[in-house]
Ligand binder design. Structure first.
Ligand code: MLT
Ligand code: ZN
Length: 481
């Protein structure tokens, strides 16, 4: 058992050795410089740290981790700070060192013939997308935060986003990884192979581990041909059931080229119009539900639009679709996307919110929405339901906003009751309590009751094997601290 003084000495020693390793210019210690690294994106957590280390090479990350492991000092990996679950925020005790990856931001390799690129962890997602575009390729991970989030964080949290219905989640887009382990050893699995059947697939341990097993420093990512035809439409639909029926029809009509299928309730459109852009509503009239759908083809395909239009006409006749609009220009397409991507910001401006990032089997989505809405409103009858998200993946942001002129504190005080009601229903549908945002520190308690005992015990064994001193992102995902 070590005493507090010893702990303080070890922390001070780690700070001084890392300052020596990286140089003063790459070590932030002043409170104002450190501040952006200790507050999470949603402002749920305010941590503290004596040092933000900014390594620029894998060797430097390795040296930093070796020091921290030797001295038993916690390390918090930090990317673009867009986590919804406090995954990159240090503990308030101030005894952990933050390792910011932003200087590790090179595209090491761009290989259009292999349909792959190798990016370092600190590359901003939009820069990875642009690198792919520069060689007529597509890196299909698409997130509202793509202008600031970093690929290392995307992979560590196994981000989902807006195109997963066609391309899968972050984990599905990785060919190989380079990871610095807790003790500083470098795990070089940075291969760009489509086939490599050589025992345990180690990359998947680190994808979604949220920095609790090591730090991803680089990744080989899958690319696809750049789409040459993109059709974007916004449709009012009767209800979530009609939305899913439409999805099935559009998948067939497009030759299974639906790349985005997002469900939005009227409340989300109204919040965006009220708080972000008064002219955001693309359709006249008031409709209960909408979908934003994008269909993309790698071919120049003038017939795609006609095929979708024909299917939409049939859906209108069948009463599934009530009204619809196609984007006929780049700016119109951007406006439709902006409407969808502005929902989190609109909710933020509308006052307190409660968020549940859940998934159920796609076919169960309508029944889930009905049950969970009733259960949530039974707890907070005057709240505004803002249930939106990636319907094509069965992933909804089952969110609520405080009533207009409602009391934020009173509303938030009911948060755990609402969550219990919603998550009980998620479990009934054999869904997930965290579909794409991860666990971080926010959902650690829920994870304990959600995962079965055998799964939890295997997870603890892996953590123990790779990080026996418990230095990697302490208090996130599994471990209490
Ligand atoms: C989204 O899809 O907009 C994000 O995952 C954020 C959210 O949950 O609000
Ligand atoms: Zn989302």
């Amino acid at each position: 058992m070590t005493n507090t003084a010893d702990k303080g000495d070890r922390l001070a020693s780690a700070v001084s050795r890392i300052r020596g390793l990286l140089g003063e210019a790459n070590c932030l210690v002043e409170p104002a410089a450190v501040e952006p690294y200790v507050v999470d994106f949603r402002r749920l957590y305010h941590g503290s740290t004596p040092l933000v280390a900014l390594p620029s090479t894998t060797a430097e990350v390795s040296a930093v981790l070796a020091v921290c492991n030797e001295l038993g000092v916690g390390v918090v990996p930090h990317g673009g700070n867009t986590s919804y679950c406090g995954g990159a925020t240090p503990h308030a005790a101030g005894d952990e060192i933050v390792v910011g990856l932003r200087r590790l931001n090179r595209i090491r390799e761009l290989d259009p013939a292999n349909h792959s690129l190798v990016a370092e962890a600190g590359c901003v997602l939009a820069d990875v997308q642009r690198a792919a575009e520069s060689v007529e390729r597509l890196f299909p991970l698409a997130l509202g935060s793509e202008g600031s989030c970093q690929i290392g964080g995307n992979l560590s949290t196994n981000a989902g986003g807006l195109a997963a219905v066609k391309y899968g989640v972050a984990r599905d887009l990785v060919l190989g990884l380079e990871v610095v382990l807790a003790d500083g050893r470098v795990l070089d699995e940075l291969k760009s192979l489509r086939k490599d059947n050589t025992g345990y697939d180690l990359r998947h341990l680190f994808l979604g581990a949220e920095g609790t097993l090591g730090i991803i420093t680089a990744a080989s990512l899958k690319l696809l041909p750049r789409p040459r035809t993109i059709e974007t439409l916004f449709a009012a639909v009767a209800d979530p059931e009609a939305a899913l029926e439409l999805l099935g029809r559009l998948r067939v009509a497009s030759g299974d080229d639906v790349t985005t299928f997002e469900l939005l309730p009227r409340s989300a459109v109204e919040l965006v119009c009220e708080h972000v852009n008064p002219t955001a509503d693309p359709l006249g009239g008031t409709h209960a539900w909408y979908v934003l759908c994008e269909v993309s083809s790698a071919r120049d395909d003038p017939s795609l639009r006609a095929a979708i239009e024909l299917e939409l006409e049939r859906a209108l006749e069948a009463g599934l679709v009530i009204d619809a609009v196609f984007a006929t220009s780049g700016p119109q397409r951007e406006a439709l996307w902006r409407l969808r991507e502005s929902i989190p910001e609109a909710q933020r401006r509308a006052g307190a919110s409660l968020k549940h990032d859940v998934s159920v089997p796609v076919a169960s989505l309508p029944a889930f929405v009905a049950r969970a809405s009733a259960a949530a409103l039974a707890v907070v009858p005057d709240a505004r339901l803002v249930t939106y998200g990636h319907a094509g993946d069965g992933n909804l942001h089952f969110n609520l906003s405080v009533a207009r002129d409602g009391d934020d504190a009173l509303f938030l005080a009911r948060g755990s009751d609402v969550e219990a009601a919603v998550l009980d229903i998620v479990r009934e549908f054999r869904g997930s309590i965290s579909a794409e945002h991860g666990i971080g520190q926010l959902k650690r308690a829920q994870l304990k009751s959600y995962k079965g005992p055998v799964a939890l015990s295997v997870m603890h064994s892996i953590k123990q094997a790779l990080d026996p001193n418990g230095i990697m992102n302490p208090g996130k995902v599994l471990a209490d601290r």
